[in-house]
Design a protein around this ligand. Sequence first.
Ligand SMILES: Nc1nc2c(ncn2[C@@H]2O[C@H](COP(=O)(O)OP(=O)(O)OP(=O)(O)O)[C@@H](O)[C@H]2O)c(=O)[nH]1
Length: 436
Amino acid sequence: MDQLWEILVVLTVVLLGAVGLAVAFLRGRGGKTKELPPQEPPPAAKDAPQRKANTYKPSSGVTIDTSKGSTATAPPADTDERDEPPVKPVTPAEPVENKGGTAVQEPPVEPAPKAPEPAPAPEPTIEQPESARGRMTRLRSRLAASNNSMGKGLLGILAAGTLDESVWEEVEDTLLGADLGVEATTELVDNLKQRVKVEGSASPEQLEMWLHDELLKLVDPTMDRRIAASRQGDRPAVVMVVGVNGTGKTTTVGKLARVLVAEDKEVLLGAADTFRAAAADQLETWGARVGVATVRSDKEGADPAAVAFDAVKDGHDEEVDVVIIDTAGRLHNKVGLMDELSKVKRVIEKQSPIDECLLVLDATTGQNGMRQAEVFAKAVDITGVVLTKLDGTAKGGIVVLVQRELGVPVKLVGLGEGPDDLAPFDPKAFVDAVLD
Ligand SMILES: Nc1nc2c(ncn2[C@@H]2O[C@H](COP(=O)(O)OP(=O)(O)OP(=O)(O)O)[C@@H](O)[C@H]2O)c(=O)[nH]1
C-alpha cells in the first residue's frame, strides 16, 4: 500500500512539471511584441532645414549654445567662428501641427543678432558767432537796398533846380513817407531852408552834405547805445526783452546772446515766454548753438515771473556775466499782458535790479508799432529799442521817431533772418546807407 502511494506522488510531480514546461513554452512564443515598421518622419520635420546650433557669443569669449536641450560648451580653441556662413535669424513661431496631427516643435529660435554698439553721440558743435564790430558794415548793403530810395528821392528832389516851396513840400512828403514823423520832418526841412538862405545858393553836393548832417543830427549820435551786459559788481547784469508777438523778440534774444558770446561774455537765457509753448524750445535752440544754457519750465502756461526769478538766481549762482530774459508778447488781452510784465519785473527786482529793458519793435509796422511802444513803456522802464526787420522796409525814419517818442536810443537793429543779422546801431553807418 505504501508503495502505491509513493508511485502516485511521483506521477503527480512528473505531471505537474510537464504542465509547467508546456505553459512556459506557450508563453514564450505567444507574448512577443510585434515590431512596428520604421516610422517616416513627419513632413514638417523632414522638410525643416538642417540648421547649425544657435550660438550667442558674450563678450567673455565663451560660446553658449542656446539651442533647446543642449548644454553649454566651449568652442574648440582653434575654431574661428567668423569663417562660419552667417545663419539667418528665424522668427519665433508657435508649434505647428503636421498632417498626422502630431505636434511638431518649431526649431530652436536664434536670438536676434547682437545690436551694434551705439555710436557715441556727436559732440554738439558750438558755433563761433561773428563779432559785433563790423556787422553794421557787412549789413549796410541791406539797409541801403531798402532805405536808400528815401535818400535817392530826397537828393533827386533837391538837385532838380530852384528850391521853391513846392520842392520843400516834396521833401517833407518823402520824409513823412519814411516814418520820420511830423516834428522831425519839420525840423529837418526848416534847418535845410535856413542853410540855403544863409549861403544864398547851394550845389547838389553841398545839399547832399547838409542833408547828411541834418539826418545824423536827428538820429542823434550822442545817445549812449551801449548794452548793459557786463557784471555789475558781484552780480550778473540782467537784460529783460519785451515786445509784441511776432516782432522778433525770441529771435533777437538768440541773436543778442550770440553778439555777447562773440565778446567772450558768459550768458544765461531765461524763457519767460510761457504763453507760447514753442518759444522756450526756440530759445533753447538758439542758446545751444553757441553753448549758452536756458532756464525754462516744461509746463505750458507756467508762471513767467517764477521762470525769470529762477533764471536770475541761477545766473547769480553760476556767476555769469549777463542773464537775458525773453517774455511773452501775447496774452488774452492787453491789460493782462501788461500786468504780467509788471509782475515779472517786480519779481526779478526782488533779487536784482534790471539793468536793461529792451523793447523789440518791428520796423515794418510803422506808426502802429509806435502805439505798442507807448503801452509797453508804461508797464516797464524801457532803456533801449531793438528795431527788427529794417532790411524789409523803406521806412527807416522810424529810428528817429521811436527815439523821440520814447526818449530812449535804438541800440540794435535786425537786418535779416540769419543768426548774425543783428547789429549794434551805428547812426553814421545808418545815414550813410540811407544816402548811398
Ligand atoms: N527779415 C527779418 N526777419 C526777422 C528779423 N528779426 C526776426 N525776424 C523774423 O520774424 C519772425 C518772428 O520772430 P520771433 O522771434 O518768433 O518773434 P517773437 O516776437 O518772439 O514772437 P512770439 O514768440 O510769438 O512773441 C521770425 O520769422 C524771424 O525770423 C529781422 O531783423 N529781419
